[in-house]
Ligand binder design. Structure first.
Ligand SMILES: Nc1ncnc2c1ncn2[C@@H]1O[C@H](COP(=O)(O)OP(=O)(O)OP(=O)(O)O)[C@@H](O)[C@H]1O
Length: 269
């Protein structure tokens, strides 16, 4: 396990990429996360589950650097991570999607996806303004990467459509495309299937697996649909009232008595 492991379907999981140690996060008197530790390995699909208010979104926000915990340490690739500015988050290779879609409705699919590459642009504003060579080369590389993602997620036919006109499932796919445009090492998905019908969920599942397989992207996701979680994930963290009550493979978690009584048994049997 030290350097990785092989999944039942034969994928090779690598060493620890992100290590969360004894994380505690408070909002005033509310302890949203209580002394939780777990890790995410290179190439893994890692789920965080639990009842409403368990602290899952708070945990995703800690991972993404949006919240800084009062206690605990976060290690990324063996280096301790301090508080980060948004551009540092992107440079570190973290990108996310949101529970409520956060796209620009009036802009086309293509332009929305391009916004995902903004933090990747290195040419200074001055050279961009004058359209010197570096900025031009960057723009071409950005377009190429975005076109690759559009092909990959099978959204060529809607590339010019304003996002506001798309059905829900496709909006979610565009949000995924925008996150991928940043070429993340870790992709954070906050309830990627919420509000989807069965067919849309199947499509999203397939794309998540393909992203992991094709780009080697490590994925951490929050999801309420247990079928999806158990099908997709390599390992699952279970939270309840800010505590970690389970951590393991889908089978281990499914058979954990504390998890059954706090979550699975009540809400999902
Ligand atoms: N910004 C905030 N300010 C104050 N309290 C917060 C804040 N964000 C979360 N909380 C509290 O922290 C606890 C955990 O909330 P969180 O949203 O992380 O849970 P969750 O598991 O993601 O829930 P859900 O499944 O409903 O999205 C809750 O008691 C919530 O009220």
């Amino acid at each position: 396990m030290q350097d990785g492991y092989t999944t039942p379907d034969g994928r090779q999981i690598g060493p620890v990429l992100l290590d969360l140690k004894n994380i505690t996060l408070r909002f005033g008197g509310v302890e949203a996360i209580k002394n939780i530790s777990f890790d995410i390995r290179e190439g893994e699909i890692r789920a965080i589950i639990g009842p409403n208010g368990a602290g899952k979104s708070s945990m995703l926000n800690v991972i993404s650097g949006f919240y800084v915990p009062q206690e605990g340490e976060i290690w990324f690739k063996g280096h301790r991570r301090g508080p980060m500015k948004p551009y540092e988050v992107a440079r570190l290779g973290l990108a996310r999607t949101f529970q409520n879609i956060a796209l620009f409705d009036g802009m086309s699919v293509l332009d929305n996806i391009m916004t995902g590459r903004m933090n990747m642009m290195k040419a200074s504003l001055f050279s961009q303004a004058l359209w010197w060579g570096k900025a031009e080369r960057e723009e071409t590389a950005n377009r190429e990467q975005v076109e690759k993602i559009i092909d990959f997620l099978e959204i060529q036919n809607i590339r010019k459509t304003p996002v506001g006109r798309l059905p829900y499932g496709l909006k979610k796919r565009v949000e995924l495309a925008r996150a991928l445009a940043a070429e993340p090492r870790i992709l954070l998905l906050d309830e990627p299937m919420a509000g989807m019908n069965v067919e849309e969920k199947e499509d999203m599942c397939r794309f998540i697996l393909d992203v992991n397989d094709e780009f080697g992207t490590t994925i951490a996701l929050i999801e309420h649909d247990m079928g999806v979680v158990m099908d997709l994930s390599d390992r699952v963290v279970v939270m309840d009232y800010g505590r970690k009550i389970g951590d393991g493979t889908p089978d281990e978690v499914r058979n954990n008595p504390e998890v059954i009584s706090a979550y699975l048994g009540v809400a999902h049997e």
